[in-house]
Design a protein around this ligand. Structure first.
Ligand code: FAD
Length: 357
């Protein structure tokens, strides 16, 4: 088989999308420059990091759930990335039933091959002195959460120290990109490239190459609480999630807001989370931190990947919405295979061509 030729890729954005793209390309023998403007409230840094395949009000199985889980697990097994594992916490998610009728639905699903490997029934209430769950619920099994701040820091260390990725911290102004000459004339020097990949999350909306794409910035807020009487061996999911961080600290949230005037945490966000939290747990808690970030969502709830319709050397990976953890390994693999020529095209559901310029 022919070896793919070596090209130089400039990846703009160092959140989940950009770091995974850089990793996939460098693992395929490509030369990579990663440029990120690190922000403490970028979606990837604020995110709770959950990976869960049974979500939403009706407990639907997520799109491509089994594939996405497999791709995440495969990525975490790549020898070069094994040092990411301490940041990954495989932990079941307990989802209490809202009403008795839900029990029957899930009992039927124990015989459904699409669902049966994903959950177990919990027929009676558990930890009743701590959480409100009068009808029992389900444990969702192949799931957990990733400490994304630590994960991305370690990822950048691996990429730069072990895999030869050049990394710069800077905000790239579009004026600095001379795309015809294939060079970024930035404050830290001239970066030439064969291909440019934008992985900017919600900031995609201000990108002149891709402003026609329907990325919808969606603000989310979450809280860190301390609840000394709460000792849960699982993640709780009851309108809000509650992730045990250790020593009775928990991450809880989040809110979903398409209309917002700023990206800072708000009193309304805090009140909304506390309202649901009070319906989920029976014990006192103290709020110790509040954070907010902006998700890159899309109307059809599918990510966007592909090449600019006019410029074959300009690409995008974005639109991970509420599922960056599960989507980034899958989409980055598809995109990297497309770019190095080992894959001919992307699946239509994620392809940029579903949107007209
Ligand atoms: C409150 C909240 C909770 C969430 N919880 C979860 C969860 O539990 N599980 C889950 O899977 N997902 C969750 N998400 C969603 C997840 O965070 C996103 O899907 C994912 O992080 C998006 O990654 P990204 O790399 O596309 O974007 P980002 O993380 O936003 O990264 C984009 C990066 O590009 C940089 N950038 C942009 N423009 C430029 C430029 N011109 N020059 C240089 N750098 C630039 C930005 O500064 C940023 O660092 C949550 C999001 C929020 C806000």
């Amino acid at each position: 088989m022919n070896q793919p030729s070596v090209n130089k890729y400039a990846v703009i954005g160092g959140g989940l999308a950009g770091c995974l793209m850089a990793a996939r390309l460098v693992m395929r023998g490509q030369e990579v420059v990663l440029i990120d403007h690190p922000q403490p409230n970028s979606a990837s840094k604020v995110a709770a990091g959950l990976f869960n395949v049974i979500t939403g009000r009706f407990g639907a199985k997520s799109w491509l759930a089994d594939t996405l889980l497999e791709k995440l697990n495969q990525f975490l097994q790549i020898p070069a990335f094994l040092s990411l594992q301490p940041y990954v916490h495989y932990q079941k998610i307990y989802r209490p039933f809202r009403e008795v009728a839900e029990f029957n639905k899930w009992q039927n699903r124990t015989a459904d091959p699409r669902f049966q490997h994903l959950f177990e029934l919990v027929e009676n209430p558990v930890y009743e002195e701590q959480i409100i769950n009068p009808h029992g619920g389900i444990n969702i099994l192949p799931c957990g959460w990733i400490d994304l701040k630590g994960f991305l820091k370690e990822m950048k260390r691996i990429l730069t120290q072990n895999l030869g990725v050049n990394y710069f911290e800077a905000l790239i102004d579009y004026e600095e990109i001379d795309h015809q000459k294939k060079v970024i004339n930035s404050s830290f020097g001239h970066i030439s490239f064969d291909h440019l990949i934008f992985c900017q999350g919600a900031s995609t909306i201000s990108n002149p190459f891709f402003s026609y794409l329907p990325i919808i910035p969606n603000k989310g807020e979450l809280l860190t609480i301390h609840a000394p009487d709460l000792q849960l061996p699982f993640i709780l999911s009851k309108k809000v999630y509650l992730i045990p961080l250790g020593e009775q600290y928990f991450l809880t949230g989040s809110t979903y807001q398409n209309q917002f005037s700023h990206t800072e945490p708000t009193e309304e966000g805090k009140a909304e989370i506390c309202q649901f939290l009070d319906q989920a747990i029976n014990v006192p808690y103290k709020i110790v931190e509040q954070q907010a970030g902006v998700r890159p969502t899309t109307k059809d709830r599918r990510p966007i990947a592909g090449t600019h319709p006019q410029f074959p050397y300009i690409h995008i990976v974005s639109g991970f919405g509420t599922k960056g953890v599960l989507l980034s390994p899958y989409i980055s693999e598809l995109m990297a295979d497309l770019l190095v020529g080992t894959q001919k095209k992307l699946p239509e559901e994620v392809h940029i061509s579903r949107f007209r310029r």
